[in-house]
Design a protein around this ligand. Structure first.
Ligand SMILES: Cc1cc2nc3c(=O)[nH]c(=O)nc-3n(C[C@H](O)[C@H](O)[C@H](O)COP(=O)(O)OP(=O)(O)OC[C@H]3O[C@@H](n4cnc5c(N)ncnc54)[C@H](O)[C@@H]3O)c2cc1C
Ligand SMILES: *[C@@H]1O[C@H](CO)[C@@H](O)[C@H](O)[C@H]1NC(C)=O
Ligand SMILES: *[C@@H]1O[C@H](CO)[C@@H](O)[C@H](O)[C@H]1NC(C)=O
Ligand SMILES: *[C@@H]1O[C@H](CO)[C@@H](O)[C@H](O)[C@H]1NC(C)=O
Ligand SMILES: *[C@@H]1O[C@H](CO)[C@@H](O)[C@H](O)[C@H]1NC(C)=O
Length: 391
């Protein structure tokens, strides 16, 4: 006889929702309930467009997939998770309501020494190509004081998605499944789950920053290896011209030598175009910074002048900014953590924990792949428990 298994996912961001989605898809021979406990998320019907909460990162993402050369084993491991997602998203792109769209990814670099032979970069990516000068934009100024300089580039098949829409898409699938329950609540620590669900359920720690098991005496209840990377982007409405179609079909990223980023990400299902973006390490400022907006406009003007509208009164060109997004990527020294923490459930009355946090700027890229790992780890944990119960 198999017993009923309670699984608690703490967090309803892209990482927690994708874990639930992957578990439902891959574990069907067991009797279980997934309880998703989160303060913020698509289950909060008072705010279905999700955009009120700055500390809930997922709705603020671009979002696109941009592979990059692996510098460490952890980078390479994470690149493998992005490839699992890539294959899954090719299938989901056939479903319009997912909002996922396959497009051409184009990257330009001021540097000329990008490691295009790095496995973490090109491996398992379709249509990967190194660009040459003929492929660089023709309209760029060659002046010394220009902000955008290009010396190398790559292109490949990638995906873009409409972040708030994809969260709703996953939510709809989960919410209609009898095995899933959403609970809106803020926890002070993971151990508090036991006040809500009996019998020490397995906990999946998808809290973005890594909520601690016990309430600490320190000022933070989160993993001290975690830190935020602030991002500010502009959501723009492009002009209705024939050249705009070109930009709705690709995501273009430029990196300058001094670490500045300029990118566009079209948001499918008429979501406009994201013009980004900043990466400010440990900056916790939730307000819109005028200086960020100005530098995004200045670089955007050089790289994407075709996406500017013309003021009929003055003849001036401008980006039609519909909203300014500010979000905080949950980064972590050592990278994404999805370790298994075995605890002695019988004697000490503790929960087994599957970590699943610290995705930084890669939450969507990792999402499905991380969910598959959680599902595999869950199977291991259930076997481990069964073995121990016979001792
Ligand atoms: C400007 C910007 C652009 C980005 N672009 C991209 C991109 O192009 N591609 C990409 O892949 N990623 C991108 N990202 C990164 C991506 O948004 C994040 O990696 C992702 O959203 C992290 O998801 P998460 O589920 O881990 O965290 P979150 O979305 O922050 O969710 C955390 C969840 O945990 C819950 N929680 C936390 N603590 C508690 C508690 N104490 N009690 C109860 N619930 C709790 C929260 O309420 C929430 O439900 C971007 C981010 C920004 C800011
Ligand atoms: C770009 O759009 C055209 C027309 O919608 C489509 O045929 C083509 O496949 C698209 N290209 C990519 C890379 O998605
Ligand atoms: C995630 O949860 C586990 C629970 O045991 C906790 O130990 C860990 O600290 C949390 N993540 C971190 C490192 O903050
Ligand atoms: C066009 O310019 C005029 C004069 O500066 C200004 O008042 C108006 O708001 C501008 N229109 C748009 C759509 O920006
Ligand atoms: C994840 O957290 C556990 C427990 O805190 C730690 O032992 C492990 O090294 C971490 N993994 C990574 C990739 O940082």
């Amino acid at each position: 006889m198999t017993k009923h298994i309670d699984i608690v996912i703490v967090g309803a961001g892209i990482i927690g929702l994708s874990a639930a989605y992957a578990i439902l898809e891959t574990i069907d021979n067991l009797d279980y309930t997934i309880h998703i406990i989160a303060e913020y998320g698509p289950h909060d019907r008072s705010n279905p467009d999700l955009i009120k909460y700055k500390r809930y990162t997922s709705p603020w993402a671009g979002a696109h997939f941009r592979p990059f050369p692996s510098l460490t084993d952890q980078d390479y491991y994470e690149s493998k998770l992005t490839r699992l997602t890539y294959e899954k998203f090719k299938l989901l792109s056939l479903i319009k309501d997912s909002s996922i769209k396959l497009v051409k990814g184009i990257e330009f670099f001021e540097r000329d020494d990008i490691d295009v032979k790095n496995k973490g970069y090109y491996e398992d990516i379709d249509q990967f190509k190194v660009l040459d000068e003929r492929d660089f934009p023709k309209h760029l100024s060659k002046e010394d004081n220009s902000l955008i300089k290009i010396n190398s580039g790559t292109s490949y098949l990638t995906w873009v998605l409409n972040a708030p829409h994809y969260l709703q898409y996953l939510y709809k699938i989960l919410d209609k499944n009898d095995k899933v329950r959403f609970i809106q609540r803020k926890l002070s620590c993971l151990n508090e789950v036991n006040e809500i669900i009996d019998n020490y359920p397995i906990i999946i720690n998808s809290s973005g920053k890594g909520l601690q098991y016990f309430t600490g005496t320190s000022s933070s209840n989160y993993d001290d290896q975690s830190y935020p990377i602030r991002g500010q982007t502009l959501l723009i409405d492009p002009p209705q011209t024939s050249t705009t179609d070109y930009y709705l079909n690709r995501t273009i990223t430029h990196q300058s030598k001094d670490g500045l980023w300029t990118f566009i990400i079209p948001r499918p299902l008429n979501g406009g175009i994201i013009l980004g973006g900043t990466k400010q390490i440990k900056d916790e400022d939730e307000s819109v910074k005028q200086s960020d907006t100005q530098q995004l406009i200045s670089r955007g003007k050089e790289l994407f002048p075709q996406l500017m509208k013309v003021n009929v009164t003055t003849g001036e060109k401008y980006f039609d900014i519909k909203r300014i997004n500010v979000g905080f990527r949950p980064a972590r020294i050592g990278g994404f953590n999805n370790s298994i923490e075995y605890k002695d459930v019988k004697n000490k009355k503790l929960n087994h924990v599957l970590n699943n946090y610290g995705a930084g700027g890669m939450g969507y890229e990792l999402s499905y792949g991380a969910g598959v790992v959680i599902s595999d780890n869950l199977k291991k944990l259930i076997e481990f428990d069964n073995l121990n119960s016979h001792l």
